[in-house]
Ligand binder design. Structure first.
Ligand SMILES: Nc1ncnc2c1ncn2[C@@H]1O[C@H](COP(=O)(O)OP(=O)(O)OP(=O)(O)O)[C@@H](O)[C@H]1O
Ligand SMILES: [Mg+2]
Length: 244
């Protein structure tokens, strides 16, 4: 399976907030190739989460087009959009796990009700193993550390076998060491699954480890820099300094 190609064409997104018109995205053109790993950086309020929400079919542009594998999301009905969302894995800064469910149930949740429950549990269990939490399947989020909760959230994103993996500051609430572990898992999972990865981060070092860094400024693409690591390594992954 190959990763999704994502395109934003002349995307504008504005909001009405307290009688004011807020322009979150002001004409964004961006194409992300199948299997690419792209970091989206920029100051707070520059539009990073807005871009991710559009790519994840969680939001619609005020004008312009968002395409996944050439299909314009605006042309899809509710069922079509739901179908697209089922193949997208999203990891948020705040984990967003359901506190009343076990780790296994949280991970299986995106598969319900389309997948038979036995298969859903098997896949959820495998996804938890993949992030190193096989032994904590029965724990509830409140019984897990922040880094463990984020790994559960990552397993939940992977269980759908995503063609597109979106992560919005997934390490922002973690200490640097734990954050590094989550990032390694995210990059490793992306390699194994062949998914396209879009990672929002404030961390310039993390960003530099991806194929490409897109910088937003006030709702526009301010720079779009390919990294040489893509050509240097077949996986597109640059090794962190001092680790070879
Ligand atoms: N639902 C909303 N209603 C009103 N304004 C919004 C809404 N969502 C985003 N905005 C505004 O759009 C702009 C871009 O927001 P966005 O969340 O995309 O920024 P960001 O780059 O993710 O910032 P941060 O790094 O702080 O998460 C901001 O000015 C924000 O206030
Ligand atoms: Mg944000």
């Amino acid at each position: 399976m190959s990763g999704a190609r994502v395109e934003l064409r002349s995307v504008v997104r504005h909001f009405q907030a307290g009688g004011e018109r807020v322009v979150a995205l002001d004409g964004v053109d961006l194409t992300i190739g199948s299997g690419e790993a792209v970091a989206v950086v920029g100051a707070s309020g520059s539009g990073k989460t807005s871009v991710l929400n559009l790519m994840g079919a969680l939001d619609r542009p005020s004008s312009g087009e968002v395409l996944l594998d050439g299909v314009e999301l605006g042309s899809l009905g509710a069922d079509g959009r739901a179908g697209v969302r089922r193949r997208i894995g999203i990891v948020f800064q705040q984990f967003r796990l359901l506190g009343s469910l076990s780790a296994l149930e949280n991970v299986a949740a995106p598969l319900v009700p389309a997948t038979p429950s036995r298969e859903a549990r098997q896949r959820a269990s495998a996804a938890l193993e993949e992030v190193g939490l096989g032994s904590r399947a029965r724990s509830r989020p409140g019984e897990l550390s922040g880094g463990q909760q984020q790994r559960v959230a990552l397993a939940r994103a992977l269980v759908v076998r995503p063609v597109l993996l979106l992560a919005d500051e997934p390490t922002g609430n973690l200490d640097p060491f734990t954050g590094r572990g989550v990032l390694e898992l995210l990059l490793g999972a992306r390699e194994r699954h062949g998914a396209t990865l879009v990672l929002v981060t404030h961390d310039a070092l993390l960003a530099s480890e991806l194929d490409r860094v897109v910088r937003l400024h006030e709702g526009r693409v301010a720079s779009d820099r390919g990294s040489i690591s893509r050509r240097a390594s077949p996986t597109g992954r640059r090794r962190p300094p001092g680790r070879d």
